[in-house]
Design a protein around this ligand. Sequence first.
Ligand SMILES: NC(=O)c1ccc[n+]([C@@H]2O[C@H](COP(=O)([O-])OP(=O)(O)OC[C@H]3O[C@@H](n4cnc5c(N)ncnc54)[C@H](O)[C@@H]3O)[C@@H](O)[C@H]2O)c1
Length: 255
Amino acid sequence: MGTRLQGRVAVITGGCSGVGLAAARKFVDEGAKVVIGDVNAEAGAAVAEELEVTFVTVDVTDADQVQALFRTAFDTYGSVDIAFNNAEILPLDDESILATGPNIWRGVLEANLTSVYLCCQAALPYMLDQKRGSIINMASLAAVMGSATSQISYTAAKGGVLAMSRELGVQFARDGIRVNALCPGPVSTPLTQEQVDSDPDDAERRLARIPMGRFAEPQEIASAALFLASDESSFITASQFLVDGGLSGSYIPPI
Ligand SMILES: NC(=O)c1ccc[n+]([C@@H]2O[C@H](COP(=O)([O-])OP(=O)(O)OC[C@H]3O[C@@H](n4cnc5c(N)ncnc54)[C@H](O)[C@@H]3O)[C@@H](O)[C@H]2O)c1
């Protein structure tokens, strides 16, 4: 048990699975009071019992439900110090722009970008009152580099998350609030497992391009979120925080 988040209250969206669940474990281990918001009520009940955290069933695309999530954190624990806006969807039929219809596009933009806007909008008033806060918005390497296997709506949403986080980081820097975009490369989670299972050749091609030769474990991304949440990153804001096993720094020469 550590003390890096002792006395802090953290809201984590999408905390029932993958990176969000790993972050919830780490934040609790480091002394934070954690409130998980996730649409999966069944998993939420189990996670709440196991980790002794507060769980709120929330659809992060619904403004009223998001407001209620952050209000629950404040009413239960007295502050909102950390917002890890991490929930998302990645439908398999989000692909090339030539094949992706407007319904998929709008759904992914709602779940992956509008949701982050709503969470920041809900968290900021508490943080401004406290003159303290760390917002970590989950972006992706796809926000920084063009993907050869396109997921056009996801990429556009994550690019929006990155740009919005940068601007919020600048706007609120003198209010004691830091806002950073976390940009992981591929992570080994149920979401990526679904893709690996559906196209093993594609998975093999992706692995070959990662200098470390593997996907990240969720705990490794959660460690980065913990760093950004804690005072150890006190001079880091408006950043694109890359955690990608060297992928963005690598280059395969044509000959
Ligand atoms: N897995 C990767 O390779 C990878 C790479 C880069 C970035 N990311 C980002 O990391 C984050 C976490 O990814 P993951 O792989 O752990 O995902 P995951 O699918 O394992 O978990 C996503 C969680 O979000 C919840 N959720 C989905 N829609 C929701 C909604 N409308 N309201 C509330 N909760 C909702 C789900 O119930 C689930 O618990 C995402 O933002 C993802 O884009 C993942």
